[in-house]
Unconditional design. Structure first.
Length: 145
């Protein structure tokens, strides 16, 4: 049985701005990763290096500009969650002049991996909220980074 994590966060920035921080490699690197190759179109690649230690790889399955992203996800060299083995879905909903981000990561193999990914996503979604509103989230202090 697979595990799913859900997270919602409100960001005081328009949907288009948040969408850009999720799809533009230069903007992504302000809040997550040290290298990114992103081709945000169905069939396009999602490749993100985190701290030069980990490489996340997947493929976009759905891209609706400023509203929704879906892509497969996994880690190179990690047997528990290999590339393409899980799915990330992000819905961006206009709310009070800002954006409600509805984040779902499904297909994780067990509770341990769900908890580990939840810890990481909580950290990085917080950094996204800072970056998308024009702030500087500072150096990445995630323990696995």
């Amino acid at each position: 049985m697979t595990e799913t994590l859900h997270r919602e966060i409100e960001i005081a920035a328009p949907q288009a701005t948040v969408f850009a921080f999720l799809t533009d490699p230069d903007k992504m690197l302000r809040w997550i990763g040290t290298n990114a190759k992103i081709d945000a179109r169905p069939g396009g690649i999602y490749l993100l290096s985190v701290a030069g230690k980990y490489a996340a790889r997947g493929e976009f399955t759905e891209v609706i500009p400023v509203h929704r992203l879906a892509y497969s996800f996994g880690w190179e060299g990690r047997e528990e969650v290999p590339p393409g083995s899980s799915m990330i879905e992000i819905d961006l909903v206009e709310k009070d002049g800002g954006t409600l981000v509805r984040f779902t990561h499904s297909g994780l193999p067990n509770e341990e991996e769900r908890a580990s990914h939840e810890k990481g996503w909580n950290h990085y979604l917080g950094r996204l909220a800072i970056a998308a509103t024009g702030g500087d989230p500072g150096p990445d202090t995630h323990p696995d980074a």
